[in-house]
Design a protein around this ligand. Structure first.
Ligand code: SAM
Length: 270
């Protein structure tokens, strides 16, 4: 079995550690085209799904075992390097007291727009201007659970590869293809989408139960503050509103998305 490097890095000034910490910022992530993933289980899932692990950072106390071997072999097979750091440095890198003993630098992936295709039972999710990384991570997690084909991020959105979004996705970030588009790009592309488009709007009168499961569906959710803009709402064949108590303002975006995905996309074998 290939062993991790015997050199144990203890300094935050080490260039490898500096490059890794640069991934905490959006600028660093877009410059390097990579993101951080914490925890052995999530890293192994990424390796199994064919993601390229550029660096695998292990704390001294990471131990051994079949999963760790799989992560190390997966990293090296893709040309990545394995580094060992002191437990103290791992806590600083992870910025948490209960730091995971494994952190990976994984290459970002963006799916091309022509992969968004309608087909029987296929659901795509579109998020307009989503701002909150915790919401986005939770939505990726729900999208994975409901078997969504992928997520289209429209306009200026939070980075799905931010550490907070990746954490909130609980590993699902490697299971859900992501497409990004500006609003013009969406409006140009949409007429060629071969399925129905279901939007969510607080002023809609139809309820989610009016939507049958099965036809290819694009589910469109609006921004946390301002909701779905009219320009995008007009691209929807159906607009629905999840019923709420009279006087309630609105649902949290991630909660509303999970309810809508259950309505339009819950897998038949659930
Ligand atoms: N003030 C905003 C508005 O007027 O739309 C509230 C936006 S809400 C917090 C964010 C998004 O969550 C909405 O654009 C919609 O996609 C979804 N949402 C929230 N509550 C909903 C509900 N009761 N029915 C359908 N969608 C809802």
């Amino acid at each position: 079995m290939p062993e991790p490097s015997p050199v144990v890095i203890s300094s935050a000034a080490n260039p490898e550690i500096k490059a890794l910490r640069a991934l905490e910022s959006k600028k660093g992530r877009s410059e390097q085209g990579a993101f951080l993933s914490e925890g052995l289980r999530h890293v192994v899932e990424a390796v199994r799904r064919g993601w390229r692990v550029r660096r695998l950072v292990l704390s001294e106390s990471a131990g051994s075992g079949a999963l760790l071997r799989e992560a190390i072999e997966g990293c090296r097979a893709g040309g990545g390097r394995v580094l060992t750091v002191t437990d103290e440095l791992m806590t600083r890198v992870a910025r948490r007291d209960n730091a995971q003993s494994v952190i990976a630098v994984i290459e970002q992936r963006w799916a091309p727009l022509d992969t968004v295709r309608a087909g029987p039972g296929v659901t795509w999710l579109a998020l307009e201007g989503i701002r909150d990384p915790g919401n986005l991570g939770s939505i990726v997690r729900s999208a994975d659970a409901f078997g969504v084909a992928g997520i289209i991020l429209i306009g200026h959105t939070v980075d799905p590869y931010s550490t907070e979004a990746v954490r909130a996705s609980m590993g699902s970030i490697v299971n859900v293809p992501l497409v990004r588009l500006d609003e013009h790009g969406y409006l140009d592309w949409h007429p060629g989408w071969g399925g129905r488009t279901v939007g969510t709007h607080l002023a809609a009168s139809d309820r989610p139960e009016s939507i049958t499961r099965g036809p290819p569906t694009l589910l469109v959710m609006g921004n946390e503050q301002s909701g779905l803009p009219e320009r995008i709402a007009v691209t929807c064949n159906h607009l629905v509103r999840i019923p709420m108590r009279v006087g309630a303002d609105s649902l949290n975006l991630a909660a509303a998305t999970a309810i809508m995905l259950f309505a339009v996309a819950a897998p038949a074998d659930a």
